[in-house]
Design a protein around this ligand. Structure first.
Ligand SMILES: Nc1ncnc2c1ncn2[C@@H]1O[C@H](COP(=O)(O)OP(=O)(O)O)[C@@H](O)[C@H]1O
Ligand SMILES: [Mg+2]
Length: 263
């Protein structure tokens, strides 16, 4: 388990982005002048309708794509390429069918830009990550033997094995049934808190954002931009938060979404 926080230039920020612009090859602006920060250990949800540019923004923030202009800093340093202490989880778990759960959780630890680990350290990382997601007893199961929820747990373990300081997640639970989704939302909050990791979670689901976020950023479209921000000051676990306060926040977000659509 990682407790060390690397340097961040004294900002307290895991991620700092300013003035980001991005378009695909057709030149059409996907998002424009986006600035956002994620503090250490903070869970930020990027909420917006389908097609507004959330996934594109996440890919740029993780430096899987280059912005047309703007600045991205990770732990205080300019980010020019995907960083070993940033990890990604997507809607599809993307497991390799010929590797078991342990093999999939460790996949990526041996990439060139990752810090070198001894076999003992590597095995310990995998074991800790699988046990954090409740799969300690399933290390030797293959993807074909896993339910959708278990497969997504392995994907989360693969991210945790890197001991990330920031977890990027793009609608990671959208493909799961409602009960499994609720379990995974709770698990995400638990592991992020326990591993002292920050998270940037993309979602189109208002309830998911209210359940997990410390802060919600609402994204508008054409071009994508951040239009509102809410600090979610509700008791955790959120299932036990004041229902009136939850409803008030939900209605406020809904009305902001409706106002966006009316434009
Ligand atoms: N690889 C791509 N090439 C060209 N256009 C893309 C590509 N991926 C997404 N887009 C376009 O960019 C816009 C934003 O898409 P996306 O970032 O996937 O939004 P969201 O995740 O909010 O649904 C959409 O208009 C989409 O059609
Ligand atoms: Mg998307």
């Amino acid at each position: 388990m990682s407790t060390a926080v690397s340097g961040d230039g004294g900002t307290g920020l895991a991620l700092q982005a300013s003035g980001l612009n991005f378009s695909y090859a057709d030149g059409h602006a996907v998002f424009a002048d986006v600035s956002l920060d994620v503090r250490h250990r903070e869970i930020v949800c990027l909420l917006g309708g389908s097609g507004c540019g959330k996934s594109s923004l996440l890919r740029v923030l993780a430096r899987l794509e280059a912005p047309a202009s703007g600045d991205i800093r990770f732990l205080g340093e300019p980010l020019q390429a995907p960083h070993p202490r940033a990890a990604l989880v997507f809607q599809q778990p993307g497991l390799l069918p010929w590797l078991d759960a342990a093999g999939n959780a460790g996949f990526g630890l041996d990439f060139e830009h990752q810090p070198r680990l001894t076999p003992v350290e590597r095995a310990a990382r995998i074991e800790q990550a699988l046990s954090a997601v409740g799969l300690a007893g399933h290390a030797h199961r293959y993807p074909a033997q896993l339910s959708g929820g278990m497969a997504q747990r392995v994907a989360l373990a693969r991210a945790l094995a890197r001991e990330p300081q920031l977890l990027f997640a793009d609608e990671p639970f959208s493909a799961l049934d409602a009960i499994t989704r609720a379990e995974m939302q709770a698990l995400l909050v638990e592991v992020v808190h326990r591993w002292h990791t920050a998270a940037l979670l993309v979602t189109h689901d208002i309830d998911e954002a209210i359940l997990v976020a410390d802060r919600i950023l609402l994204m508008g479209e054409a071009p994508g931009r951040i239009v509102r921000e809410w600090v979610v000051d509700l008791e955790r676990p959120r299932e036990q938060a004041d229902p009136a306060a939850v409803t008030a926040l939900r209605l406020d977000i809904l009305s902001a979404l409706h106002a966006l659509r009316a434009h």
